[in-house]
Design a protein around this ligand. Structure first.
Ligand code: PSU
Ligand code: MN
Length: 304
């Protein structure tokens, strides 16, 4: 796929100088969090990347132009756009948004595509998409993109709105290693552990960097998934998370919500049902993942 990118001067300078850069997605800003939490969190993630010694590159499509590195004002404008005016962009959406000069918010899949084209190797987010509970035919494009695009994604696993065992199976089929950072089990976003065992564990950013460097040397083309648990003090009680998720997914089914609308619908309902209890966990893990991704990118740029 050939795409024309507009890279901010700061990000371009960092890439030219081989300084660490971390990509950040925009769907969590437009479809994942309510305003103004969305913009506050996006800016806090950028700050956390900087504190780790890396340059943040928030990725989105504005009036059909694929942008790598947004200003704070642009992030704020994006966050304030009415939901219906910004397309949620995975691989299939790029020709539409670019061709028709629309606004687009990139998902994990979409952000991986752009990050790779820009030469950015590390990307931080909250949770990836997966296989939906009760709808095993609804497989997020994130899983397929992880199988074909060589970017390291740092996240807190996936929300248990998803069928996590099936999600791990698809990642295995796609050839994606799932690596616990200081954990043996798959984090479940709001809660530190799903109880599902992972077959790889590392402890330090340097180890992560070695794995990423090996992946690029081997040139097998797949992505890597590094999973970081939500910090213990900010975990949501599992019973609270589970009850909210069950109610939200039931409502989605009852209301006939389908396709790309399912995840934003469930995210919004879970936040409403837990009345902001989830908000704190959500923000903390996003900022923590941005910090860890910055450390990994910094470690990567120190390798010979
Ligand atoms: N999970 C979250 N928060 C999010 C998303 C997922 O906890 O904001 C967003 C990400 O952008 C992810 C996308 O790539 O939803 C997945 O959507 P779908 O399930 O439609 O593939
Ligand atoms: Mn889906």
């Amino acid at each position: 796929m050939y795409m024309q990118l507009t890279i901010s001067p700061e990000v371009q300078d960092a890439l030219n100088a081989r300084h660490p850069v971390v990509a950040l997605e925009s769907t969590l800003i437009t479809h994942g969090l309510p305003y103004p939490t969305s913009v506050e969190t996006a800016l806090a993630m950028e700050a956390a990347v900087r504190e780790s010694g890396a340059v943040p590159a928030t990725i989105a499509i504005l009036e059909g132009v694929i942008r790598v590195g947004l200003s704070s004002d642009e992030i704020d404008r994006l966050a304030q756009m009415p939901v219906g005016t910004v397309r949620k962009c995975s691989r299939r959406d790029f020709p539409l948004v670019v061709g028709l000069k629309q606004h687009g918010a990139t998902t994990v899949a979409g952000t991986m595509i752009v990050a790779h084209l820009a030469g950015i190797k590390v990307f931080a987010t909250g949770g990836i998409g997966g296989v939906h509970r009760g709808h095993p035919q609804d497989v997020s494009a994130d899983l397929i993109e992880l199988g074909r695009t060589p970017v390291a994604v740092v996240c807190s696993g996936a929300k248990s709105i998803l069928d996590l065992p099936l999600t791990l199976e698809v990642l295995e089929t796609q050839g994606v290693p799932v690596i616990g950072v200081g954990t043996d089990t798959l984090p479940a976003f709001y809660t530190a552990s799903s109880g599902l065992p992972l077959d790889a564990r590392i402890e330090t950013p340097d180890e992560a960097a070695q794995v990423i460097a090996a992946a690029h040397t081997l040139d097998l083309k797949q992505g890597l998934l590094f999973t970081v648990p939500v910090p213990a003090a900010d975990e949501l009680p599992e019973a609270v998370a589970e009850a909210a998720i069950q109610q939200a997914t039931r409502e989605a089914d009852e209301q006939g919500v389908s396709g790309k609308d399912v995840t934003p619908f469930v995210l919004r309902r879970v936040a409403e049902i837990t009345e902001g209890q989830s908000k704190h966990a959500n923000i903390t893990l996003l900022v923590n993942n941005a910090r860890v991704a910055g450390q990994i990118a910094a470690a990567l740029s120190r390798l010979p």
